[in-house]
Write a protein that binds this ligand. Structure first.
Ligand SMILES: [Fe+2]
Ligand SMILES: [Fe+2]
Length: 303
């Protein structure tokens, strides 16, 4: 803009308008600094360790400093989902009732996983010394913040979706699985987490392979974002487990517990996968295929 007060008002106005960024719906930016009012679905979790301790999206983004790409992706997602009206449109427009309920069931399970993951990584950061975390390139802190972003996004999406009749049973089953895979032995706990996270990647890949899912734009975009982050979590959790002394030959046994637990948890909502154009039997077989490969975590990310 010209710093020239001799310019006509019309010129000044044109210059000001040209400087304005892309149009953002009223209220969107404000939402990014609002304390979320979502009630935890399965597990409550502590505030972040950042100076402000704030849990709103802007504070989470301020913590995502290590990787510009990750920060930009999270920023684009949070800004998009802070626009309530637009998010509602992309989740519900042209989507039949059964599919809305199916998406709602899947997001309920997913948010339980995110809430559990925030706790796991938060407590692990407290357990380790600063020196250990620094040596680990802050990988665990990074994951904790990404999980907080995922939880915020899913809670935002869920607020637009109908609540299925079986929501309490879903919560009970999902909670039970996460309690069952927890181990007092920290290396084992992280090894088991890789089985769960890679299982989440497989399930989200199956969903993203469905044309029907891709038509539910808001849902497809959300699970694509989460899958990308989770793929990196598998690698980081695996490395962390091994760094803590976990024997890599024993990943196989952890997968036995976590993947069969996952299939048992998902079986009662198999028809929701069908509704979304995903063959549940094929997915469940895929989740159990680790038995053929020790490197299931890595293999899982290929498809
Ligand atoms: Fe996550
Ligand atoms: Fe994760």
């Amino acid at each position: 803009m010209r710093d020239d007060f001799e310019a006509s008002f019309a010129e000044q106005l044109a210059a000001i308008e040209a400087e304005t960024g892309p149009a953002v719906a009223p209220g969107v930016n404000a939402r990014l600094t609002e304390t979320p009012d979502f009630t935890p679905f399965c597990f409550g979790y502590p505030k972040p360790d950042s100076d402000s301790g704030a849990q709103h999206p802007a504070a989470l983004l301020a913590d995502l400093t290590w990787d510009a790409g990750s920060h930009d992706r999270a920023s684009a997602m949070l800004t998009a989902y802070a626009d309530d009206a637009a998010t509602r449109e992309t989740l519900l427009r042209g989507v039949d009732d059964e599919s809305q309920l199916a998406v709602s069931r899947i997001l309920a399970i997913l948010v339980c996983a995110e809430e559990s993951a925030v706790n796991v990584f938060h407590h692990e950061c407290h357990r380790l010394s600063d020196a250990q975390i620094a040596a680990d390139h802050q990988a665990l802190r990074e994951i904790e913040t990404e999980e907080r972003v995922h939880a915020w996004l899913i809670h935002a999406a869920r607020s637009h979706l109908p609540v299925p009749d079986d929501i309490d049973a879903i919560r009970r089953r999902t909670r039970r699985l996460f309690m069952r895979v927890a181990s007092r032995d920290v290396p084992t706990h992280f090894a088991r987490l890789t089985g769960l996270d890679s299982g989440v990647c497989i399930s989200l890949s199956a969903l993203l392979g469905s044309a029907k899912v891709n038509k539910i734009e808001g849902f497809a975009r959300l699970i694509k974002h989460i899958r990308r982050d989770e793929a990196t979590h598998v690698k980081k959790s695996r490395d962390h487990a091994v760094d803590l002394g976990f024997n890599p030959d024993q990943f196989h046994e952890c997968y036995d517990l976590t993947r069969s637990g996952m299939v048992g948890m998902l079986e009662p909502i198999a028809s929701s996968f069908e509704t979304l154009g995903v063959d549940p039997d094929r997915l469940f077989k895929r989740l159990m295929r680790f038995q053929e490969s020790r490197l299931a975590g890595e293999a899982a990310l290929i498809d």
